[in-house]
Design a protein around this ligand. Structure first.
Ligand SMILES: C[S@@+](CC[C@H](N)C(=O)[O-])C[C@H]1O[C@@H](n2cnc3c(N)ncnc32)[C@H](O)[C@@H]1O
Length: 206
């Protein structure tokens, strides 16, 4: 007989209404800072950060069910109550679903690089509408942290950010502060690739 999966999965955030914006209290109880990990994959980063910072909450967004299940399994087996995962397309989640001003930090780590010209719109960090939606999700003074091994994607993101009046770039070198490794980062570093980092501070909308 086919195994019946629990629904929703442990630590899964499953909105009652997919067409209304969530409220902060729908994500986590209490008022601890919340960090958002877009395209969280199997959740290693999320779980490591949640273990390191028990006083913060961590929400992952991931579109692949198998990966969402892994995040659910890993975080619940670790006994973490400060992790939740939302199975959704990140474009939809940031534009329509997540509460404005709820996130102290947004992590966008090792996204697919989409190198072809015809896929330019999929390089989310190079789209002003996407940056504007992330800006709306951040609390005052919040941060957006982007990391990629794809140099062309990184350079384009830096160029776009240069013309963006509502984020200011801040320095970010490896080791500046505690930052857990992601699955893809570990894999790419082992292959000898270099990671490029962009740290942006929210400015009031100009
Ligand atoms: C290259 S992996 C990186 C995973 C993780 N951030 C890491 O560094 O290990 C990119 C992840 O983003 C997810 N993803 C890609 N596009 C997405 C989208 N539009 N919405 C939600 N997740 C997406 C993929 O399914 C995949 O798990």
């Amino acid at each position: 007989m086919a195994k019946v999966e629990p629904f929703p999965l442990p630590n899964e955030l499953y909105p009652e209404d997919w067409f209304s914006r969530l409220r902060s209290e729908d994500l986590f109880a209490g008022d601890a800072p919340v960090e958002l990990d877009l395209g969280c994959g199997d959740g290693s980063f999320l779980v490591r950060m949640a273990e390191h910072f028990p006083g913060r909450n961590f929400l992952g967004v991931e579109r692949l069910l198998g990966r969402v299940r892994k995040v659910s399994r890993k975080s619940s087996q670790a006994g973490l109550t400060n992790v939740r995962v939302l199975r959704a397309d990140s474009n939809y989640a940031v534009e329509w679903l997540l509460p404005h001003g709820f996130a102290s930090r947004i992590h966008f780590l090792c996204p697919d690089p989409w190198p072809k010209k015809k896929h330019a719109a999929r390089r989310q960090m190079c789209r002003m509408d996407f940056l504007s939606a992330l800006h709306a999700l951040l609390a005052p003074d919040g941060e957006l942290l982007f990391m990629t091994d794809a140099q062309p994607y990184f350079e384009e993101a830096v160029e776009v950010q240069g013309g963006c009046p509502f984020f200011a770039r801040e320095p970010w070198e490896e080791g500046d502060f505690f930052y857990a490794k992601t699955d893809f980062e570990e894999q790419w570093l082992a292959e000898g690739r270099t990671m490029h980092r962009l740290r942006l501070r929210k400015l009031p909308h100009g």
